[in-house]
Design a binder for this molecule. Structure first.
Ligand SMILES: [Zn+2]
Length: 387
């Protein structure tokens, strides 16, 4: 194309004028601001300490309030002890204490954003960290994966962690807290290991959740599936259309994180099974049962002089240890009283495979494409468009 220089100059000037104007209009548009504010106002309550016999709280410029919301003069750090029906701090009793800071509150030397609320529950101190959902996600990313992974995989993690959290919050809305901070829900260690890439992934997906037929899904996920993800009904008995197993060769490109081996003596196995509530004595062999539709062990038979029985693969994993039997996709060999296990995958196998997602991102797929592969039929939506 050919333009006179004057025309080109004019177009350039118009572009300079129009672009900032469009940005200003977008930012000052009352509707979009309200939506953004609503997303940032969304909070989550996470149990970070449970049944503790002592908790220390520290930090700078901390506001301390009692159960009635009245501010207290309480020089930090403090050590809080549980009483039968309250908390004890330097000879004074309280029902509940809240510590909040603009930067971070240190609970047992770990920093947390938002506020830390202490109360007595289950014969010890319960500490609940209440903070904006988006801040929770920034802290969570490096507990679940590495933020150094390709950014589309990190963004996929941010979206499923947000989806999982909001789903749990809705289900436990009247409970003292919405989430555990362990593998029971999502691993969360406060803000110590947040970084610029985890913040970028959360910012670039602000408020995005996965939905199916307009509802926020139960976004289960796991470390690695070992070749095929699992149907939800094989683990929890309930069939969900978006938690159907898919093929996943992608995690197999990271064998160190997907393949595993472990050797245990029958004596050690018997002890672990006992502790896990299975009363076998004189264990002399174990045998694999049938495989389920996704190639995972459905049952394991325990052969013993007393108490022989068959338990499910998941019960076996739970009793022997999730860190030992990393998935139910394994074979076993008895060699003179030592059982050698060889397996692939880490976790229950339902939903997104984190190591598979990493490879999909390396292959050039976007976070949206990665998620629609592992959660078939789902649609990404903004939280503000659902409520
Ligand atoms: Zn996989």
């Amino acid at each position: 194309m050919c333009f006179y220089p004057q025309v080109l100059q004019l177009l350039y000037r118009i572009r300079i004028c129009i672009l900032p104007a469009l940005v200003i209009i977008a930012l000052s548009w009352p509707g979009s601001n309200r939506i953004h504010a609503a997303i940032l106002d969304e909070t989550i309550r996470v149990a970070i300490v449970k049944s503790a016999s002592e908790v220390t709280v520290a930090g700078d410029a901390i506001l301390v309030t009692n159960e009635g919301g009245a501010p207290l003069v309480m020089p930090l750090p403090v050590t809080v002890k549980p009483l039968k029906d309250g908390l004890l701090v330097e000879g004074k009793r309280y029902q509940r204490l809240s510590f909040s800071a603009s930067s971070a509150v240190y609970v047992n030397n770990k920093p947390y954003r938002g506020l830390a609320e202490l109360s007595v529950a289950d014969k010890g101190i319960l500490v609940v960290n209440q903070l904006p959902l988006e801040e929770y996600l920034v802290g969570l990313i490096n507990c679940e994966i590495s933020s150094a992974w390709p950014i589309e995989a990190v963004k996929a993690q941010a979206i499923i962690a947000r989806t999982y959290a909001v789903n749990k919050k809705n289900a436990r809305i009247t409970a003292p807290y919405h989430m555990e901070s362990s593998v029971i829900d999502q691993v969360y260690e406060g803000c110590l290991i947040e970084d610029s890439r985890s913040r970028r992934a959360v910012l670039e997906t602000t408020g995005e959740v996965l939905t199916f037929n307009g509802d926020i899904i139960q976004a289960f996920y796991h470390s690695s599936c070992g070749g095929r993800t699992e149907d939800s009904e094989n683990i929890w008995g309930a069939s969900l259309p978006y938690l159907k197993g898919v093929e996943c060769q992608y995690c197999l490109t990271a064998p160190a994180s997907t393949l595993w081996e472990y050797k245990l003596s029958l004596k050690d196995l018997e002890e672990r099974l006992h502790l896990g509530g299975h009363n076998v004595s004189g264990l002399y062999d174990i045998r694999p049962g049938i495989l389920n539709s996704r190639g995972r062990l459905k049952y394991v038979s325990l052969l013993a002089t007393k108490g022989s029985c068959t338990i499910t693969g998941e019960q076996f994993r739970k009793a022997v240890g999730y860190g030992v039997i990393k998935s139910t996709r394994f074979t076993m060999k008895n060699s003179k009283g030592d059982i050698s296990f060889s397996g692939s995958g880490n976790g229950h196998g339902v939903g997104l495979c984190q190591w598979g997602a990493k490879q999909r991102a390396l292959d050039g797929f976007t976070s949206g494409e990665i998620l629609s592969y592992y959660y078939p039929g789902t649609v990404l939506k903004k939280l503000s468009d659902i409520r």
